[in-house]
Structure formats: structure tokens, C-alpha cells
Design a protein around this ligand. Structure first.
Ligand SMILES: *Cc1c(COP(=O)(O)O)cnc(C)c1O
Length: 215
């Protein structure tokens, strides 16, 4: 598929759900993709991307921004505390706030530099031991702790288990967000972004369906 195919699929999913098109943002996940493919999507006018490694993004986006101007790039992968400062300078949003130590570090640096990217709390909806994220039962308390640190929490993010029906996880994430008065829902990837939109996704993270398989 191409960028415009995905945009068309998003449009129809949005209208089927009786939602407005400007309530869903397409994050083109460019991790590990060759620069020519990323440049082609930039050439088509798209300006919203996602990366899952700080180092990789730092080696790529300052150069693209010199050519294409303002491009929004979000971090959708794990963040180590020693990379927080660099991440806060590079990214417009961080979708993977998943522990208190990280929240504390972000809060300290935000006070120091006077700004902070948009933040999403990553929820481990499937309670998978190998996966990052706050367990559903601990999420309300974690959001409260983040708010006590004055962090700008925009919403929640999840990556459903590969072998389960994703819509159950999307519905759970939406429920936790609603009871915490959070409007942002970062959910849905190449295989399931349409059902994520039906369940309220505001940020869909689509990689291989736009760029092709990662080499
Ligand atoms: C890689 C990745 C995606 C995109 O996955 P595709 O299946 O290629 O669309 C979305 N979200 C996260 C967190 C990822 O790491």
C-alpha cells in the first residue's frame, strides 16, 4: 500500500465511526526504513513520523529537517533515563512513559528547559511480562503521580499482544483513558488501525503498510 491508500482507509474508518477526520493523526513509523523511502513520504507532504530509537532518530531527523523544514517526530519505543534530555530536544511527543523513574527525570528536565513534549502513558494491557508498560490496575495511580509532577499527559498508548484480538485491548485502553479524563489514544498499527479508529484512536502508528516491510 501507499501513503494515500492508508489515508483513504483512515478516512473511511473515521466516517464509519461518525468521527471527524482531524481527530485522527497518522504517525508514519519510519524506524529502520531506508532514507529514500522516508524521503518519498516527505515528498508527498506528510510531516508526522514515529521512531522507536533515540539514536536512530538523532542520526536521521536533523538532516531531514534541514531539507523539509518542520517535521513532527514522535518517540514510540522505550526510553532510557540517560537519553531523556536528547529525546526531549528531538521529539514532539513521547508515547512510552512507562515508569516513575522516567516520569521524574522528564519532569526535572522539563523544569530546567522550560518545555516538555506531549506525553502518553504506555499501558501493558495484556499484562505481558516481557513488555513495557504500566499494568491496567496501576494506571490510575500512575497517571495521578505524573499529574502531581505537572507532566503534560495527553493520553495512553498500548501495543496489544500479537496473539489476541486487538479490539479488546483498544476498548480497555479507551475505558482507562475515559475515567482519567484523557483524550489521547495512541493505538493501532498496520494490521489493526481501522479497528483502533472505531474504538477511538487519536494517533495511529503505521509503519510497514506505508513503507513496505522493514529490511
Ligand atoms: C514498529 C512499531 C509500529 C509500526 O508497526 P507496523 O506493523 O510496521 O505498522 C507501531 N508501534 C510501535 C510501538 C512500533 O514499535
Amino acid at each position: 500500500m501507499s501513503l494515500s491508500d492508508i489515508q483513504n482507509h483512515i478516512s473511511s474508518a473515521v466516517s464509519k465511526a461518525n468521527r471527524k477526520l482531524d481527530t485522527v493523526r497518522l504517525i508514519a513509523v519510519s524506524k529502520m526504513q531506508p532514507n529514500e523511502r522516508v524521503a518519498s513520504v516527505l515528498d508527498q507532504g506528510h510531516r508526522y513520523f514515529g521512531e522507536n530509537r533515540v539514536q536512530e532518530a538523532a542520526s536521521k531527523w536533523p538532516d531531514f529537517r534541514k531539507i523539509y523544514g518542520k517535521v513532527s517526530v514522535d518517540l514510540i519505543g522505550p526510553l532510557q533515563t540517560n537519553k531523556v534530555r536528547q529525546a526531549m530536544e528531538l521529539f514532539q511527543a513521547i508515547h512510552t512513559v512507562d515508569r516513575l523513574k522516567l516520569a521524574n527525570t522528564i519532569a526535572r528536565i522539563a523544569q530546567e528547559i522550560g518545555s516538555c513534549p506531549q506525553l502518553f502513558v504506555q499501558v501493558n494491557t495484556g499484562e505481558e511480562p516481557q513488555k513495557a508498560g504500566i499494568f491496567p490496575g496501576e494506571t490510575d495511580g500512575f497517571i495521578a503521580s505524573c499529574r502531581a509532577l505537572d507532566l503534560p499527559i495527553a493520553g495512553l498508548m498500548c501495543i496489544p499482544p500479537v496473539d489476541e484480538e486487538p479490539s479488546l485491548h483498544f476498548a480497555l485502553l479507551a475505558k482507562i483513558a475515559e475515567r482519567n479524563n484523557l483524550s489521547g489514544l495512541s493505538m493501532g498499527m498496520s494490521g489493526d488501525f481501522e479497528s483502533a479508529i472505531a474504538l477511538g484512536a487519536t494517533h495511529v502508528r503505521v509503519g510497514s503498510a506505508i513503507f513496505g516491510a522493514r529490511p
